[in-house]
Design a protein around this ligand. Structure first.
Ligand code: SAM
Length: 223
């Protein structure tokens, strides 16, 4: 039956995959994967033998047409990314939008994503929040930070370890050194940690102890 499934995969701990994710991946006619080598290991672990095709940021625009044709011919296709939920700071938005425009059913399964555990672990208000993903690297970065300095909801950012210290020092500058925040690192993995404190305290911590691994920063909104 023509359908696109977006299937979340573990962000570290393989036990976080759901029974339904495995079932959908086994039963699909085709799996679209961001990196077929990375996903190949996951599929092997769960004895999933469905054929895979690459679908990533660099070929997304070109492959959409072909994928739509496959779906229209009656195929069931499952989209996965390297880790977490597809389309969340990962490829998936374009194909989802195109399917909706073409009346092709789309279903995103619930499952692993990094920002939800980071938000809950932070202990910061989570009744309202904004997901910012990655900040612009250069162009537009200062403008974005200036705009966010007025944000009253809790903010969530994805960050890479080598940019963390720079980002925290900019948070001190734009949001104030006393702004409460938390850094969650290596969620669901062996060396998972969450460091909470003021922007200044967390900056000092990571200046002394340069971080490794994957990172989510959660920042309290303006009071
Ligand atoms: N689609 C993914 C999701 O649903 O969370 C996000 C993919 S994005 C390309 C990768 C970023 O997610 C990392 O740079 C990091 O900011 C965050 N991330 C992914 N796994 C993580 C983990 N285990 N611990 C902390 N952050 C993680």
């Amino acid at each position: 039956m023509s359908k696109l499934y977006l299937v979340p995969t573990p962000i570290g701990n393989l036990k976080d995959i759901t029974f339904r994710a495995v079932e959908v991946l086994k039963e699909a006619d085709l799996i679209l994967a961001e990196d077929t080598r990375t996903s190949g290991k996951l599929l092997k672990h769960f004895e999933i033998n469905t054929p895979m095709q690459s679908h990533h940021m660099h070929n997304e625009h070109k492959t959409v047409e072909g994928i739509l044709n496959k779906l229209k011919s009656g195929m069931t296709i499952a989209l996965i990314s390297d880790a977490g939920t597809p389309a969340i700071s990962d490829p998936g938005f374009l194909i989802t939008r195109s399917c909706i425009e073409e009346d092709i059913p789309v279903e995103c399964l619930p499952g692993p994503t990094a920002f939800v555990p980071a938000l809950v672990n932070s202990g910061l208000p989570n009744d309202k929040f904004v997901f910012e993903g990655f900040l612009p690297v250069k162009k537009g970065r200062q403008t974005r930070l200036k705009l966010l300095s007025e944000e009253t909801r809790t903010m969530i950012f994805y960050e890479s370890p080598h940019k963390l210290v720079k980002t925290l020092s900019q948070f001190c500058e734009f949001f104030g050194a006393n702004r409460q925040l938390s850094v969650s690192r290596e969620l669901t993995k062996l060396f998972e940690e969450t460091i909470r404190g003021t922007a200044q305290e967390v900056l000092e911590h990571y200046t002394l102890k340069p971080p490794k691994g994957e990172i989510v920063i959660v920042v309290s909104g303006k009071k």
